[in-house]
Design a protein around this ligand. Structure first.
Ligand code: SF4
Length: 348
């Protein structure tokens, strides 16, 4: 794995992005921002799974005004996602947001950007220049690759912000196409010192979207690129946060809660292991400790295959061996599989 690219850290509220701060997991609400109660309740759900920053769509002035009340009720930093109308960015800043996302594809007029930059600078609020392949500025050389045009669109706005003495910048260059996204980030990584927000946009529903996002995000992280991630999924945003941590855990970039090891099952499996593993996975969502838990389908290979797990079960017909660090501690009945395993997790 390449060493992490060196970037100048910025603060989104109390969360540091870039430098040697941990790679931050963020998500975006999919409630109507004007519906204050539903939005607050969804952010609370995100807080429960340790989402570190939340972004909210601000499609109109009513949504911008709703941010004040939402901000008061939540405990993680909030970013306003702005398209088309720079006045919404000004109103969001008034409402006390911790960060802004501007799309250079639809807010590029220097005077308007200037007004936003001035207001953000006065409040020390960073701005993400969020380029999206689907909404790029119409100008630019059509002969260039999409990745190249994305980088040029971002660089143009970076220069504009720098010319205004503003450097609380973060950049993203997202496309649905994974190679395009990787190429764009790799290109911009050496050109600017700012933190990079990485992700694959409009990746799809969880089954396919998690794979697409993981391929793109992990490749970049392995190259040392990326300071904050958002897994975009057509699902409850909680799923995005869970997937985000799983990516970081798989690359050993962060520890977060338990790791579940479960076997793929085979002709030797004599219990409904899929149901058992799913139940354990569900219960582990509430556990914050970084423990490794194994759910294995047989006593022949189970303890051995999961010997580096902190605690696990190796299931046989109607009974399972409960083991700790690969060593058998007792035999349990099928009705107690999940309960006994979780009790041991609690005890660790
Ligand atoms: S642990 Fe046992 S049941 Fe599970 S895949 Fe391996 S051999 Fe099959």
């Amino acid at each position: 794995m390449n060493p992490r690219r060196v970037s100048t850290p910025i603060q989104i509220g109390n969360v540091t992005i870039g430098g040697d701060a941990p790679i931050v997991v963020q998500s975006m609400t999919n409630t109507d921002t004007r519906d204050v109660m539903s939005t607050i309740s969804q952010i609370k759900e995100l807080e429960e799974v340790d989402c570190e920053i939340v972004r909210l769509a601000v499609p109109d002035m009513q949504a911008a005004q709703a941010l004040t009340e939402i901000k008061k009720a939540i405990s993680i930093p909030m970013i306003a996602d702005i398209h088309f109308d720079h006045r919404l960015a000004l109103a969001a800043l008034e409402a006390g947001v911790d960060g802004l996302r501007l799309n250079p594809g639809n807010i590029s007029e220097p005077d308007k950007v200037k007004a936003v930059v001035k207001a953000a600078g006065e409040r020390n609020v960073p701005i993400r220049i969020g380029v999206n392949a689907g909404s790029m500025p119409v100008k630019g050389d059509p002969g260039l690759s999409t990745a190249r045009r994305m980088v040029e669109a971002a660089m143009e706005q970076v220069k504009l912000l720098e010319s205004l003495d503003f450097n609380l910048i973060k950049v993203s260059l997202k496309a649905f196409d994974v190679p395009t996204t990787i190429e764009a980030y790799r290109d911009i990584a050496d050109k600017i010192p700012y933190p990079l927000h990485i992700g694959i946009t409009e990746a799809g529903p969880p089954r396919t979207g998690i794979i697409r996002s993981t391929v793109g995000i992990s490749t970049l992280l392995y190259m040392g690129i990326g300071d904050t991630i958002r897994v975009s999924l057509t699902a409850h945003p909680r799923e995005e946060v869970i997937a985000g941590y799983e990516i970081l855990k798989s690359l050993d970039l962060r520890q977060h809660g338990p790791v579940l090891v479960s076997c793929p099952t085979c002709g030797r499996t004599e219990v409904d292991l899929v149901r058992i593993a799913t139940e354990v996975e569900q219960q582990l969502l509430k556990v914050k400790k970084p423990v490794k838990v194994a759910v294995m389908g047989c006593v022949v290979n189970g303890p051995g295959e999961a010997k580096d797990a902190d605690v696990g079960i190796a299931c046989g017909k109607g009974r399972a061996v409960l083991f700790k660090k690969g060593k058998k501690i007792k035999t349990i009945e099928e009705k107690d599989f999940v309960k006994a395993l979780m009790a041991e997790v609690e005890r660790l």
